[in-house]
Design a protein around this ligand. Structure first.
Ligand code: CMP
Length: 151
């Protein structure tokens, strides 16, 4: 017989997720206010850098959306000014970050969320966060080497 385990629903996984503070937010000097929302929710910023993407790099990052009508607009926007890319770590970090961000369209975002407070539109929505463990791993590897993740 193996060791006794807690029932599955009580097991909290420490996860990592990729977050991007987008150009509309860096333009308005909101990096610190957005980071405070993550930290207040118990998410730890274990890697962070400010970079200016080219449209081609943005296109590669958002390749899954390449058939969408807003793809070129999205890539141009993401390359229009610096972004802050970061890795957030914590219990259920992927879902927790999505909660803190709020709905993609700020018109549908809950009170207190980043997008409700700061987003300008569905396109200029201040933050990106990974949507699942597989995409989180891919998106983290897109921007960071293992050496840069300091948990
Ligand atoms: P994000 O979580 O970064 O993932 C894809 C992005 O596409 C999304 O946030 C939005 O910013 C953007 N997006 C989604 N729908 C639209 C739209 N209708 N017009 C412009 N951008 C959009």
């Amino acid at each position: 017989m193996g060791p006794r385990r807690a029932p599955k629903e009580t097991i909290m996984a420490t996860e990592r997720t990729l977050s991007i503070i987008k150009p509309d937010a860096t333009n308005r000097n909101l990096t610190g206010k957005i980071n405070a929302k993550f930290e207040d929710a118990g998410l730890r910023i274990i890697a962070q850098k400010r970079i200016h993407l080219t449209p081609a790099q943005a296109g590669q990052f958002y390749e899954v959306h390449k058939e969408r009508p807003f793809y070129s607009e999205l890539c141009e926007f993401m390359a229009s000014a610096p972004v802050v890319v970061q890795v957030l770590e914590g219990e259920n970090a992927i879902a927790k970050n999505r909660e803190v961000m709020g709905a993609t369209n700020p018109a549908n975002a809950d009170e207190g969320t980043i997008r409700k407070e700061f987003a300008l539109s569905v396109g200029e929505n201040s933050v990106h966060g990974s949507d699942a463990p597989e995409t989180a791993a891919q998106e983290i590897a897109f921007f960071f080497s293992g050496l840069e993740l300091v948990g």
